[in-house]
Design a protein around this ligand. Sequence first.
Ligand code: ADP
Ligand code: MG
Length: 430
Amino acid sequence: MDNYLEALLLNMLFLFVFLLFIPHVVETNLKNLSSKKKKIIFLAAAIVAIISCMSFPFRIGNEIIMDLRSVAIIVGGLYLGRQASVILVGVLLIYRLYLGGLGSGFYATLIVSMIVLFFLILLVNVFEKATKKKKIIIACYISLLTNAFVLIVRSTIFNQPFSSLLMAASTFLLLHFLSTFFIVYFSEVIRETVFVNKRIIKAEKLEIVSHLASSISHEVRNPLTVVKGFLQLLNQNDLPEDKRKRFIELSLQEIERANDIIRNYLTFAKPAPEKSEILDLKQELNRSIEVITPLANMNCVKIHTEIDIFYLIGEPQLLQQCFINIIKNCIEAMPSGGNLFIKTEEINGEILIEITDNGKGMTNEQLLRLGEPYFTTKGREGTGLGMMVVLKIIEIMNGKLDVTSNINEGTQFKIYLPKNVENYKKVTSV
Ligand code: ADP
Ligand code: MG
């Protein structure tokens, strides 16, 4: 009996590792992979799950020998589509042929496989658009129906009377049902978490964008006032030619500045495709600084930079959002003005970005709660989501954040990011 239990647990472990764990690791760690490549990995994992389950069958009572391959086929097929379903069933049949040769057992498997394939092809599209609850129902429904067929086919081909097997047959159905239920349920929970994280980051960005709007409009008003003054001067008839030229030149420069401010702001505000690319850290930092400069000016904060050239892989908008959130907090910690230092360097093969303010700092309790959702000391002005999003983005980029802070002295944020592009030219020339 122990051996059967061992094999059952082993089957479940295979399902867990190949259908849940590997897809989860791929989704969270290999985000740069195209969805096609990810699908190929998931398909390979499902194939390994089927082969592993079939290699370690177990017995219920004395009558039924079984394994949990159908869970892998149903879950794999439903999530990966029609083509993958055909491949999975093909692999199953070839491996069954290899294990047992051509015989009545093989034909039984063939009949059942065709039934599973029929259900999969019929329901894949419905499954794709279904809610979590419906997905679980669809998968469990297919599992129950196909396994009931398995029992019927077996009892006719092997001439086993159904009634004597009632206990074993119900256990057989229940085991499949429960395994399918848990695997689909946890797949959905994992997917949901990834989805919710993305939504939070997007929602928080809208918050930042609207916060920055007032400082941006203020900043755009300055060049406009300057241009207005010059135009009034140009209106005078007795203006010497060289002065006239100088005024026009300065007006154009101011208009250009207003244009830059609006353009940078809009580039940041605009939703970007979720695509990782090789990015230039210096450029992304400078863009973030440009977006936040109006707010710094409003608060009399001077930004000092010492930025080297580094390249890394990531989503430019996410990285900018991370920098802007931190810098915005630093500026808000210096309500009566101050200095903000932004510095980059390479340490132990990692890129270090240091952002330091000389603002009011944090107590140890505040420091410990930093990044906790809704933790804010700014009352109605704050959302308490900025640092949580910073931590999420750094986690997505496989980085690390260290914060040190002293009350009334200032705060230092140290962002460590992996140097995943050694040399830009080398990468592009390969
Ligand atoms: P919010 O800015 O909306 O309050 P955050 O998550 O961005 O939310 O920050 C949470 C809290 O952390 C802030 O309310 C503030 O008390 C503290 N904090 C963050 N950055 C700094 C900083 N540079 N200096 C002092 N306190 C900070
Ligand atoms: Mg904030």
